[in-house]
Ligand binder design. Structure first.
Ligand code: WTA
Length: 633
C-alpha cells in the first residue's frame, strides 16, 4: 500500500485519523519499512522535559530502507542525477545499485579511519554526489553527520566543529559556484587552527586546485577508498539514535545544533515528500537547495531516496552562465517537480520572461517554494511563467527544527491560494495563540504559530544543551512547540505565514540571528555597541541593517562601515554581511536599558510613520540623530 493521498476527501479522512489516533496513523505508515526490531510503543512524549520518543526501542538502519528495501525493484533506476556547475562538463547519473556500492565503499573507508557509531563527522563540501554519499555513509555506520554550508567562514565552521567535537571533516580541494572557485580546503585548514577534536580530513578532488595537505591528518578521498569493499553490513541503530545535527541560527547567542533522530525522521520525510509533491514512479524531481540546509537534507537526499525517486542535484547557481540555467536544466532532464526558494524566483524575475520562454518546461507537473514567505508577485510570476498557469504551486512551510514539511498544499489536491501555505499535513496540529498563550480558534485570526502535538521528525534536543532546546521552543507557551513565526488563518481556514516574530532575520531564505551578527560586529575594536535589524529587501526578502556606535574612533564613517561589513563576512560568511551599516551616536533604549528595535526597524525600512511614543525612551534625542544619519530622502 502506498500512503499517497489522492483527493481532498482522502486528505480530510487521513487528517482526521492522524489527529484522533496519531499512533495508529503513524505506525501504519511505519509498517512498510524494514525494521530489525519493532517498537514497543509508537510514541512516548512530554513537552515539559521536553522528551519525545517515536517508535520506542525499535531497531533499524535508515539506509537499509533505501537500499536493501528498494534494490529488488530499483537497482537500475536512476537515484541521483548530477548537473555540474559548468554546463559543458559531463553530468553523472547514479542508479540505486551504483549509489549503494558507493555508499558501502565510503562507509568502509570511514570505518577504516576509525570513525565509529556515534562519532560526529562534519561535511563541508560542494554540491556533488559525494556529499550525499557521505551523508548516507554516515547513516550506514551510525556516525552523526553535520553538514555545514560551504559558504560559512572558518570561524563559523570552527564553532560548529568544536560544538559537536567532530572527529572527521569531509571537504574538497575547491568549490565551483558560478564563475567562482571557492577555496574550501583553506577554510577548513584555518578552522582547524582553532580546534582540537578533528583527527582526519578527507579531501575530494573537485577543482584540481593545489591545496596544502597536512601529513598524518589530511587524506585524499580516492586514497581512503582504495581497496575498500563494496559491501557493508549496516549498523543496527535504535529508533532514537542520532541521525544528524544541523546548526541553525536563533534569536540568541551562537547557532544551535538541532538534533534529528533516525526512525521518526525517516518516516516523516518519506511521507511528506510523497504527498506534497505527488511523486509518480518515473518522475524526475529537482530541489535546488544546498545540501547545507535542512531542505537539502530532507528533500534532496532522505525523503526522495526513501521514496525511490530520481533526485537531481545541481552544483551551480541560477544565473550562471546565463539567467535561464534553471530552465535549461528542467528541459535537459525533463524535470517533473521543481522545488526552489522565493529569493531565487525574485532574482530571476529581474531578467524578465525571455530566459524562461527559451526552454521547454512542458515536463513540469508541480512547482514548489520554501524558506521564506513568498510574496504574491513572485507567486504569480512563478505560477504563470514557470508553471504556465497549470502546475500546482506548493508553498511549503517548515523549519530546520521540524525536519519536514508541516503546512503546505498537497500538489493538485489542495486548491491553490497565492502566498498561503494553506493546510497542515496529516499528523501536524498547528495552533494559533495570542501573546498570553490562549488558543485562537475559528477563522480570521492572527497570532503566533505553535504546534501542540508531536510529529515524527521534530527536533529532539539542541546538541549538548537540552535546556536551550526547552527554553527556546517549549517554554514560551506551556505544552506546545513554539515556531517563532506569526501566522494568520483566513476566512477559509487557510494558513498564511507572516514571518518571524522573534529576532531572526530571513535573508534569501537563510536564517540569521540578530545577536549573532551583533556579536561579530562587536569584535571590531572601535565598536562600542551595535544593533542589527531586518528590513524588506526586493530580492532577498529581508536585508541586514546594522547600527553601530563607534564613539572614540578617528576613522571616517565610510571606513568603519566597510570594515564592519568585511568583519561580519569574515566571522560568519558572505550571507551575513550587512547591506547597510550606519554609524550612530547612540541606540534608542527603554528605561530598563533594552534596545528599542521597533524604532530601528522603522528607520531601516525607510518608513517613519507610526514611530510610536518615543518619549518613554531613556535617550529620545538619539532618534532624531539616527533619522538624520539614515539619509532618508
Ligand atoms: C521561514 C527552512 C513562509 C519561517 C525549511 C521559518 C517560511 C523559517 C516558509 C525556517 C514558507 C520557511 N512560508 N515562511 N513556505 N518556509 N519559512 O530553518 O520563518 O532554514 O521559521 O527551514 O523560514 O527556516 P529554516
Amino acid at each position: 500500500m502506498s500512503y499517497r493521498i489522492t483527493n481532498l476527501r482522502d486528505y480530510a479522512n487521513e487528517y482526521h485519523k492522524s489527529v484522533t489516533s496519531p499512533e495508529k496513523f503513524w505506525s501504519e505508515i511505519a509498517e512498510q519499512f524494514d525494521w530489525k526490531k519493532k517498537w514497543d510503543q509508537v510514541l512516548n512524549w512530554d513537552f515539559e522535559t521536553p522528551q519525545v520518543n517515536w517508535f520506542e526501542n525499535a531497531e533499524l538502519n535508515l539506509t537499509e530502507n533505501i537500499f536493501e528495501r528498494l534494490l529488488p525493484t530499483h537497482k537500475n533506476k536512476t537515484a541521483i542525477i548530477w548537473e555540474p556547475n559548468d554546463p559543458e562538463a559531463d553530468s553523472i547519473k547514479l542508479t540505486y545499485g551504483e549509489l549503494f556500492k558507493a555508499i558501502c565503499k565510503f562507509a568502509n573507508a570511514m570505518k577504516s579511519q576509525g570513525v565509529k557509531k556515534g562519532d560526529r563527522v562534519i561535511i563541508y563540501m560542494p554540491m556533488v554526489p559525494e556529499a550525499a554519499i557521505a551523508m548516507l555513509a554516515c547513516a550506514r555506520i551510525g556516525a552523526v553527520h553535520s553538514v555545514v554550508f560551504a559558504g560559512f567562514s572558518a570561524s563559523a565552521l570552527a564553532d560548529r566543529i568544536n560544538d559537536c567535537e567532530a572527529k572527521m571533516v569531509l571537504t574538497s580541494d575547491g568549490n565551483f559556484r558560478g564563475n567562482k572557485n571557492i577555496p574550501v580546503k583553506a577554510v577548513v585548514d584555518e578552522a582547524l587552527n582553532h580546534s582540537d577534536f578533528v583527527e582526519n580530513v578527507i579531501v575530494l578532488k573537485r577543482t584540481g586546485e593545489k591545496v596544502k595537505m597536512t601529513p598524518g591528518r589530511d587524506l585524499w578521498w580516492e586514497e581512503v577508498l582504495e581497496g575498500q569493499s563494496e559491501q557493508h553490513e549496516a549498523e543496527v541503530m535504535n529508533a532514537e539514535d542520532l541521525l544528524f545535527i544541523l546548526y541553525t541560527s536563533g534569536s540568541t547567542g551562537k547557532p544551535k545544533g538541532v538534533v534529528h533522530t533516525t526512525a521518526g525522521y525517516m518516516v516523516f520525510t518519506y511521507y511528506s515528500f510523497l504527498n506534497v509533491f505527488q511523486y509518480d514512479a518515473d518522475d524526475v524531481y529537482w530541489c535546488s537547495a544546498d545540501i547545507g540546509w535542512i531542505t537539502g537534507h530532507s528533500y534532496i537526499v532522505y525523503g526522495p531516496l526513501l521514496a525511490g525517486a530520481t533526485t537531481l542535484m545541481f552544483e551551480g547557481v541560477p544565473t550562471y552562465p546565463h539567467a535561464g540555467r534553471f530552465w535549461e536544466i528542467v528541459e535537459k532532464y525533463k524535470v517533473n517537480q521543481f522545488y526552489t526558494a522565493p529569493t531565487a524566483i525574485r532574482a530571476l524575475q529581474v531578467y524578465g520572461t525571455e530566459p524562461v520562454e527559451k526552454f521547454d518546461l512542458s515536463s513540469l507537473k508541480v512547482i514548489g517554494s520554501v524558506g521564506e514567505p513568498i510574496n504574491e508577485e513572485a507567486w504569480h510570476w512563478y505560477h504563470e511563467h514557470v508553471g504556465k498557469g497549470n502546475c500546482p504551486l506548493v508553498d511549503t512551510w517548515w523549519q530546520t527544527e521540524t525536519g519536514g514539511i508541516m503546512i503546505s498544499p498537497l500538489a493538485g489536491i489542495t486548491p491553490n491560494k497565492p502566498a498561503h501555505a494553506s493546510l497542515p499535513l496529516p499528523g501536524v496540529q498547528p495552533v494559533i495563540v495570542d501573546a498570553e498563550g490562549n488558543e485562537l480558534t475559528g477563522n480570521n485570526v492572527e497570532g503566533n504559530l505553535c504546534i501542540k502535538y508531536p510529529w515524527p521528525s521534530m527536533i529532539r534536543t539542541t546538541y549538548g544543551d537540552h535546556q536551550r532546546c526547552k527554553d527556546t521552543y517549549f517554554s514560551s507557551y506551556k505544552g506546545m512547540y513554539f515556531t517563532g513565526d506569526g501566522v494568520k488563518r483566513d476566512h477559509d481556514g487557510y494558513l498564511r505565514i507572516l514571518g518571524r516574530v522573534d529576532d531572526v532575520i530571513n535573508v534569501s531564505g537563510h536564517r540569521m540571528g540578530t545577536a549573532e551578527v551583533e556579536n561579530a560586529i562587536d569584535e571590531h575594536p572601535d565598536v562600542v555597541e551595535s544593533a542589527v535589524v531586518g528590513y524588506p529587501h526586493e530580492i532577498k526578502g529581508q536585508g541586514i541593517y546594522a547600527f553601530a556606535i563607534c564613539d572614540a574612533s578617528d576613522k571616517s564613517d565610510q571606513i568603519l562601515e566597510d570594515e564592519i561589513k568585511q568583519l561580519v563576512r569574515k566571522i560568519i560568511g558572505p550571507i551575513a554581511k550587512p547591506e547597510h551599516v550606519q554609524i550612530v551616536s547612540g541606540l534608542p533604549k527603554t528605561r530598563s536599558g533594552k534596545i528599542m528595535r521597533r524604532i530601528l526597524r522603522k528607520v531601516a525600512s525607510r518608513d517613519l510613520s507610526n514611530l510610536g511614543d518615543i518619549s518613554t525612551l531613556l535617550n529620545s534625542e538619539v532618534v532624531e540623530d539616527i533619522i538624520k544619519g539614515a539619509n532618508l530622502d
